[in-house]
Design a protein around this ligand. Structure first.
Ligand SMILES: *[C@@H]1O[C@H](CO)[C@@H](O)[C@H](O)[C@H]1NC(C)=O
Ligand SMILES: *[C@@H]1O[C@H](CO)[C@@H](O)[C@H](O)[C@H]1NC(C)=O
Ligand SMILES: *[C@@H]1O[C@H](CO)[C@@H](O)[C@H](O)[C@H]1NC(C)=O
Ligand SMILES: *[C@@H]1O[C@H](CO)[C@@H](O)[C@H](O)[C@H]1NC(C)=O
Length: 957
């Protein structure tokens, strides 16, 4: 029949989707961060390339190369292995043309390939010294093509009496060529090095009466390291060089020292190698100068010109000076106009020429160092990079390209006060990076309230009488009809839309959640939990009392509440970041506990000694009965407190010869979907549950002990002890449902082998199936009853890992029906791994194959080694650095849990541990379904006369 033909062709239209497309890089986001830039420059990765990359070493000791065009990361290395805090004494230099860049931090000097970040060589600093200076050996001319450049390293002893050492390291990784030691300087002296093409200058400014506040300069021969001369000059003031070093203009033809003291009327300078101290007087603008910063050009060929950036309370201006290298004098060449706008200046070179670039919040202007006429001037435009691009610049790094005087272009990387970074090309803002997120130390999920308006309406309908609800609903449907034409118009596009739309559709189902992040600098950021996009940011410092730190961050009903260490409270709107209120408080807080209560949740403040008390200075509220709180005091003992109308201590526990370092309780949202575990033969093993379970982590010098306790009575339900704990290795614990897991690293005392381990323990009411143990006959249960000491039946399994893991977390879903997954951070691989719970089953048969019943239950043979495969990495191929915490949250879909990790990088994704059973996958063929329905409809229409005739004919029979 022809109808069948139509049907068949309708079924054949839909294309085949046989290849499984992974959702990686579609449902997740990752911001690979560097941190606040501390040394930044444009540099060509090798002599053959035309385009420069932007290299930056951050104050977290993370080195990165960025593409200046779009701000994307070309490569990145944490020079200390992991991001580090306060790493301001890390050094970064680039050779002229040899395709390498070199860093020094603490005890290591490392050279990296400038184009791909590969490690070329490292040099370990011997003895008890660390790097405090690194300079390139300047080369003149291009005779060094193919040659590698050496570096000059300065090290400081860690103990008084040790020597400061200046050494020249071979650029080929061959180690020291020569060294010069100085045992004279004290540890509190300010010591620097500078290089010129022929010489190395070792400058020591000693503080103290005997040295007479003089600065000693030792001049060394660049090739041999022999001392050529030594002299002292009286330069005792504060250095005003841009990077805070004692010497400016290193690697140039005429490095110099420049100092000044408040109120900065004059600058004193000494051209190194010359004993003369020159004095220059700054212009007097009848206002106190607050700061002076000197910018100079690097490069051995660059003219010896520098710019002094002068700042008063209301104005910024700059003065440009030329140094006469022969006489050691400096003369003012010209001044740049004073403006009320804040300015940032940058010096850059192009061969011999030196350019100064001035960036204000409205303009970018380029000047030549020779004369005051500007070479280029651009008005700044936003170009859609709204974030931070209008704020005042703090520092700038410019690259000026000039083919001739008329044709000049400039790119400036600018740091904004709130820590973001942006690039301006000829006045246009091209991109920005929110590096501040690398300092996040607290985070909380925030539900997007606006998204749930339908839920609100439905709830309203439930709460009113049926008649009103009916009218409401009719009205709602009537209003919705208005959107029907638009919806119908979009329908074809939705039907045949690309796969990206599917991701969007899935995300709409998941619901929208935001993340609120607080940084160490007391900035608050909100990012979308689905895309990672920045939504708003705000600075808490104006409202946060001095010396106070935020101790807790919680979101509720669109408000973010922060409790601070001196007792005050700040409340911020979660959708806009606007301050709602700031209340001062009187009780200092060390830790904060929030308990359910009425009319609002009750806040307990825990003081330094570990004693909780009601936060009566805040909103008064009565907690619900039967809450327990545990605190750790300074000696490492734990106390249990019962909170009702009063707070009373119920128990204390102090483990012998050990300190409790951590308490882990079940997550606040930990729903239980099934109370038993069905075995292969359909019998049930009942799970042991109590909401009051907690894990105590006790650590002595080499032993880790985990106590499972009942928090109400302090009864110890289970103990496990592990000797050979490797001190300083991460220990992480997690408890959920009826199981707990922990990880640590142990060493074998004889072989010194290091073994990271993961232990899992499951709790059951009885060892026998279909048995509820001692609790079977009870209808009520009391923690204080005689049966309360009934211990769970614990089954444990230990797994050996290939590398340490940290920050254990468990996935969360709305009902807890979906399987759970254990999430962990791999600090060595820089990855986030998910370990399915069924692999970590403590009931896996040991030393034998599973029986048929066990196979049916999903058990397989136990293997003590647990490989962490890259297939299990939620982060896939991406390198997620410095994670300090992983957070999970349920979504509107039962199958899916949201995951967010922060610490240095920020990473977010969604996991579906039991597959997305409640969503139609990509394999679902919409076109085919609709085609079939349409074909069936026409088929029925076509067959109807036939059938009717048959029925009529049958009636006649
Ligand atoms: C880093 O410096 C800040 C301020 O100087 C200080 O509060 C903090 O403790 C330092 N952090 C570390 C790890 O030293
Ligand atoms: C937060 O700000 C939005 C937009 O101004 C407003 O609609 C909302 O009511 C505010 N929320 C709170 C809790 O004040
Ligand atoms: C709240 O912040 C404002 C500044 O925005 C400040 O003037 C006021 O003193 C603060 N109030 C309290 C109680 O800290
Ligand atoms: C997360 O793991 C790191 C080690 O990678 C550890 O230093 C840090 O303390 C952990 N964070 C928490 C909150 O336990």
């Amino acid at each position: 029949m022809r109808w069948y033909g139509i049907l068949l062709s309708a079924l054949a239209i839909a294309p085949a989707h046989s290849i499984y497309v992974d959702e990686a890089f579609n449902i997740d986001f990752h911001q690979a961060l560097l941190g606040t830039p501390h040394t930044t420059f444009f540099h060509k990765p090798d002599s053959s390339s035309n385009a420069a990359l932007l290299y930056s070493l951050s104050d977290k000791a993370v080195l990165g190369a960025l593409n200046p065009r779009d701000g994307s990361l070309v490569w990145r290395q944490a020079i200390a292995g992991q991001p580090r805090e306060n790493a301001t004494d890390a050094y970064l230099i680039a050779g002229e043309d040899d395709g390498k860049i070199t860093t020094a931090f603490e005890k290591t000097v490392t050279t990296w390939d400038a184009s791909d970040g590969r490690l070329v060589w490292t040099h370990g600093i011997k003895g008890r010294s660390r790097a405090i200076g690194l300079q390139a050996v300047p080369v003149l001319g291009s005779s060094t093509d193919g040659a590698v450049q050496d570096v000059i390293l300065l090290t400081q002893p860690q103990k008084e009496g040790g020597g400061y050492v200046v050494s020249r390291l071979g650029g080929d990784g061959s180690g020291e060529r020569w060294r010069h030691s100085d045992f004279g300087a004290k540890l509190d002296a300010v010591v620097s090095i500078a290089t010129s093409p022929k010489h190395v200058y070792h400058v020591t400014k000693s503080s103290g009466i005997i040295s007479g506040q003089k600065t000693q300069v030792v001049v060394l021969d660049m090739t041999t390291g022999k001392q050529i001369k030594e002299y002292t000059v009286s330069l005792d003031a504060e250095s005003v060089s841009f990077d805070g070093e004692l010497v400016a203009g290193s690697s140039s033809a005429a490095p110099f020292m420049i100092t000044s003291d408040k109120p900065y009327k004059t600058l004193k300078l000494n051209v190194l190698g010359n004993t003369k101290v020159a004095t220059v007087t700054l212009e007097d603008k009848t206002e106190d100068v607050l700061s002076v910063k000197v910018h100079y050009a690097r490069g051995p060929k660059a003219l010896p010109h520098f710019l002094a950036h002068v700042q008063t309370a209301t104005r910024h201006w700059a003065e440009v000076y030329h140094i006469n290298t022969a006489s050691g004098e400096a003369t003012r060449a010209y001044s740049l106009p004073a403006t009320q706008e804040a300015s940032a200046f940058s010096a850059s070179t192009n061969g011999e020429k030196v350019f100064f670039t001035r960036v204000t919040s409205t303009e970018v202007i380029v000047y030549s160092s020779e004369s005051h006429g500007h070479l280029g001037r651009w008005t700044r435009t936003q170009l859609g990079v709204g974030y931070a691009s209008s704020s005042e610049p703090v520092s700038a790094t410019a690259e000026v390209a000039s083919r001739d005087v008329a044709n000049i272009a400039v790119r400036v990387a600018v740091a904004a006060p709130e820590g973001s970074w942006y690039m301006i090309r000829n006045g246009d803002t091209q991109w920005s990076r929110t590096e501040m997120l690398a300092y996040a130390d607290m985070a909380a999920w925030s539900d997007d309230l606006a998204a749930d308006s339908l839920v609100q309406e439905l709830q309203e309908e439930i709460s009113v009488d049926p008649a009103t609800a009916y009218v409401n609903r009719v009205y709602r449907h009537a209003t919705e009809l208005r959107h029907l034409p638009a919806y119908l118009m979009q329908l074809p596009q939705k039907m045949f839309g690309s796969s990206n739309d599917e991701v969007t559709a899935r995300q709409n189902l998941i619901g929208t959640k935001s993340l609120i992040l607080k940084t160490k600098q007391n900035k608050l950021f909100s990012v979308s939990g689905v895309t990672g996009k920045l939504q708003w940011h705000t600075d808490l410092s104006p409202v946060l009392p001095a010396e106070s730190t935020v101790r807790s961050l919680a979101t509720q009903e669109g408000r973010i509440t922060m409790y601070n260490s001196e007792g005050s409270v700040i409340v911020v709107n979660a959708t806009t970041g606007q301050l709602i209120e700031n209340k001062s408080g009187s009780t200092p807080v060390n830790r904060l506990v929030e308990l359910p209560g009425s009319p609002a949740s009750t806040i307990l403040k825990v003081d330094e000694d570990g004693t909780p008390q009601f936060a009566s200075d805040l909103a008064p509220s009565v907690p619900d009965e039967g809450n327990t709180v545990m605190t750790i005091d300074k000696s490492g003992a734990v106390s249990g407190w019962t909170v009702g109308t009063t707070i009373s201590k119920t128990w204390t526990f102090s483990p012998p010869n050990a300190k409790i370092v951590d308490i882990t309780a079940r997550p606040a949202h930990d729903p239980i979907a099934s109370i038993g575990r069905v075995l292969g033969d359909r019998s049930v093993l009942y799970k042991y549950f109590t909401p009051n379970l907690a894990l105590l982590t006790a650590v002595s010098s080499t032993t880790l002990t985990i106590y499972l306790i009942d928090a109400v009575t302090g009864t110890i339900l289970h103990t496990s002890s592990h000797p050979g704990l490797l001190p300083t290795s991460p220990i992480s614990t997690i408890i959920s449902e009826n199981w707990f897991a922990y990880t640590f690293t142990s060493t074998n005392p004889t072989t010194h082998a290091i073994t990271p381990q993961l232990i899992i323990s499951e709790l059951y009411e009885s060892s026998l199936p279909n048995d509820r143990g001692a609790l079977s006959s009870q209808t009520n249960y009391s923690s204080f009853g005689p049966d309360a000491t009934t211990k769970p039946h614990v089954i444990s399994a230990a797994f050996v890992l290939t590398e340490p893991i940290a920050n254990l977390t468990v996935t969360q879903t709305a009902q807890g029906i979906t399987n759970r997954q254990l999430l962990a951070y791999l600090p060595h691989s820089h990855a986030i791994a998910s370990i399915p719970r069924h692999i970590l089953d403590a009931r896996r048969p040991i030393d034998r194959d599973p029986t048929t019943a066990e196979i049916e239950e999903g058990l397989f043979r136990y293997d003590p080694s647990l490989p962490l495969n890259p297939q299990q990495f939620l982060s896939h191929s991406r390198e997620v650095m410095g994670i300090n915490s992983i957070m999970t949250a349920p979504t509107l879909l039962e199958s899916t849990s949201m995951v967010f990790a922060f610490g240095h990088d920020v990473f977010g994704t969604q996991v579906a541990p039991s597959q997305t059973f409640d969503v139609l996958g990509r394999g679902f063929k919409k076109v085919q379904l609709v085609g079939t329905v349409v074909a069936l409809y026409f088929g029925v229409l076509g067959v109807r006369p036939l059938v009717r005739r048959k029925v009529v004919e049958r009636g006649w029979m």
